[in-house]
Design a protein around this ligand. Structure first.
Ligand code: NOJ
Length: 480
């Protein structure tokens, strides 16, 4: 639990903190009974330093497990070799050098994240085989898919060349960005490694792989879409995390969606993600009304929307005091707002003790300040809640086949409004989003019926021609 589960010491078990394999089987069976699919997180880039493979690797330079990891000699300076010089300048995402010196063998080992998370050597066929078997283990147990962690780090430059300096770096920014990660990430063999996993998925009828991949600023978007979506689109696709980094403006969101839709076409499926456990929550980033409007946007877009727990409640970040910090990132690179604890606070189920999350005296992280109002039980009783807005939108998706289809058509964008169509031969839905804090004009075609308003307006005086959208509202009109 150095990185809360992203440091795996046994790939074929459940951490006793959370239960055991029998509980897991029950979970899968009960979920399937209710027609719910279960995906699990899979971490192939690194193990825990407590993993028996790594312990064996540390035993000696010629241990068979040594080559499961990446050990290198210190860099030599002139004729001398200094143990203080790591093999290259690659940085750890969580601060400092990505190399840790092992005094016993006189070599460094590589870790893109914590020193307790040594990277696996995917060039080693034995590692590939082990990881493929682990995926089979979970697929055979009934897991429907995997979310694959940190894929961009799996591919490394085969010569381990230094990353060049980043000329745009400014003091005060995350020090990881001091260099441009062109060699430590996206190595030439990344796609081959990903195919090891997709070929396992292909051995089964109905398994799915979602890659954890961010867009970067080094490569043009169409090329990036091709690189990861193209690996094996029948069984895999990456998350689209851009909504988490797009500024709140109609033009920026329209541009982000239109670029993706244009290059994905009808065959590649988007997984738009507006929040996750590594980024500050939507409500905290933009505000409540803004988040309601973006819920309409996300759930009306094509593809598979991915909601982060609590997003459906309008849950904001929690306040984390210094003595409550859990995240190793915040501990190592403090006070820059990089810590991920605020978005990881307990799920608020009700307004009782600890919001119904735990019967323990204190939960692992503090609750959100306003859990007495923002919780499942309370929101279920209020038809104007975030939860009901999400339910309405999800019902709409479920009831209309057009939302299962890939159709998407840009309708309009200006400095306030972004609008798009979802249509097929029998149904037409127009989503209109007003990003401005005042009323905006938009002439929607006559005959649309209002099916959703993010802010709960009825627009009775507007129909049949829709002309004015209230501040920060997201409305869906149905035609036909
Ligand atoms: C990405 C995960 O989302 C993050 O939480 C984790 O710290 C790193 N990968 C390392 O596994």
């Amino acid at each position: 639990m150095n990185d809360f589960g992203y440091d795996v010491s046994d790939y074929r078990n459940v951490d006793p903190l959370f239960g055991n394999l029998e509980n897991f089987d029950t979970l899968i069976a009960e979920a399937h009974e209710r027609d719910i699919k279960v995906l699990i997180d899979f971490v192939p880039n690194h193990t825990s330093s407590d993993h028996p493979w790594f312990k064996a690797a540390l035993e000696s330079r010629d241990n068979p497990y040594r080559d499961y990891y990446i050990f290198k000699d210190p860099k030599s300076a002139g004729s001398e070799t200094h143990t203080t010089l790591p093999p290259n300048n690659w940085l750890s995402v969580f601060g400092g050098s990505a190399w840790e010196y092992d005094g016993a063998s006189g070599q460094y080992y590589y870790h893109a994240f914590l020193a307790e998370q040594p990277d696996l050597n995917w060039e080693n066929p034995a590692v590939q085989e082990e990881m493929a078997n682990i995926i089979r283990f979970w697929f055979d147990r009934g897991v429907d898919g995997i979310r694959v962690d940190a894929i961009r780090w799996m591919g490394k430059d085969l010569e381990f060349r230094d990353d060049p300096e980043n000329p745009h770096f400014k003091t005060g920014q995350d020090p990881y960005h001091m260099v441009r990660h062109i060699h430590s990430r996206f190595g030439p063999r990344q796609e081959d490694y990903l195919r090891v996993m997709t070929s396992v998925a292909r051995e089964y009828e109905d398994k799915i792989i979602i890659w954890e991949d961010h867009r970067d600023t080094l490569t043009p978007v169409p090329q990036q879409i091709k690189r990861i979506h193209g690996v094996d689109p029948e069984v895999s696709a990456p998350f689209i995390f851009e909504p988490m980094h797009t500024p709140f403006s109609s033009q920026a969101f329209a541009n982000m969606v239109n670029t993706n839709q244009q290059h994905l076409g009808k065959d590649l499926q988007p997984f738009y993600c507006f929040g996750n456990h590594d980024e500050h929550r939507l409500v905290t980033r933009f505000g409540e009304k803004q988040a309601r409007m973006l819920a309409v946007m996300q759930l009306m877009l094509p593809g598979t929307p991915v909601l982060y727990y609590g997003q459906e409640l309008g849950m904001p970040d929690a306040t984390i005091h210094k003595d409550q910090v859990q995240d190793p990132f915040e501990k190592r690179v403090p006070d820059r707002g990089l810590g991920r604890d605020p978005e990881r606070s307990p799920m608020p189920w009700n307004n009782g003790p600890n919001a119904g999350f735990t019967t323990a005296a204190t939960p692992w992280l503090p609750l959100i300040d306003d859990y007495r109002h923002i919780n499942v039980e309370t929101e279920l009783e209020d038809k104007n809640s975030f939860l009901w807005l999400h339910k309405t939108l999800l019902d709409l998706r479920r009831e209309h086949p057009v939302f299962y289809e890939p159709s998407y058509e840009h309708a309009y964008v200006d400095d306030a409004v972004f609008a798009f169509w979802r249509t097929n031969e029998t149904e037409q839905f127009l989503t209109i989003l007003n990003f401005s804090e005042s009323e905006a004009e938009f002439y929607a075609p006559e005959g649309g019926k209002l099916v959703v308003s993010a802010q709960g307006h009825d627009y009775d005086d507007q129909l049949p021609v829709f002309a004015k959208i209230n501040a920060l509202d997201g409305v869906v009109l149905r035609y036909g």
